[in-house]
Design a protein around this ligand. Sequence first.
Ligand SMILES: [Zn+2]
Length: 285
Amino acid sequence: MFYDTHAHLDYTDYAPDLTEVVARAQAAGITKIISIGTSLDSSERAIRLAEKFQNVYAAVGWHPTESEKAPNDLRPALREFAKHPRVVAIGETGLDYHHLPGMSVTHGGASVPATRLVSSLAPPTQSADDARYKQRQAEVFQQQLEVAAEFGLNCIIHQRNSFDDTLAQLKLFAGKVRGVFHCFGESVERMKQVFEIGSLVSFTGIVTFKNAQNVREAVAAAPPDKFMLETDCPYLAPVPYRGKRCEPAYVKEISETVAQVKNCSLVELSVATCKTAMEFFPKLS
Ligand SMILES: [Zn+2]
């Protein structure tokens, strides 16, 4: 028995066969799935799925890469969602500096430097556009942390090339809100920084990839009560499905690799990760 703590079941990838996808998860022993919101529409779809399927729960939030499309104040709508009995977390939220507006633009497949806005006030390595983009992400993240604190919910954290800023912003809510750094692929040192503020990590199918030795090192170093399992489906299908559409049933393959890396039994891993998830998501009954 395992849980998939991060799935995007509302994506159109599953439109043709979602009922079968959910049934296959159940048959594979994946007894709880959290469908993650990336916008208000997506969050509402996640809630509808949680109402429809007994083993599906919802997280409601706004993805950092979509921050510029977020309403000025996301909080009122999020508060309405957060009251729902099947909403177990806020997210995904966080910061993502992977594609900064001033960094590069794509022309016919080739990445070329964009013309930078030169401002005497901005640091030389950061354009005014980048600063605005980061500022907007921080505001949208802040609003979600506030709603999480109000409702006693934890946050599902997405960060990419923004680890220090994400940790610093989450740290301001230490004692009120914890985060799970999903799809964790950072160093063991950074993982310890996450644990120091009471937060957790979760691991995806990347752990099965041949070139992901760093992720396996993090898995090996993570105490049994500090991590959860997830697919991030439809992305990141584990070996032997790599490159195909991922689905919650594949937590099975992820759990097998993680148990191997941790040199523990599947039962031990099941007990530890399910207990961690039940504590982290108090409404996951
Ligand atoms: Zn995700």
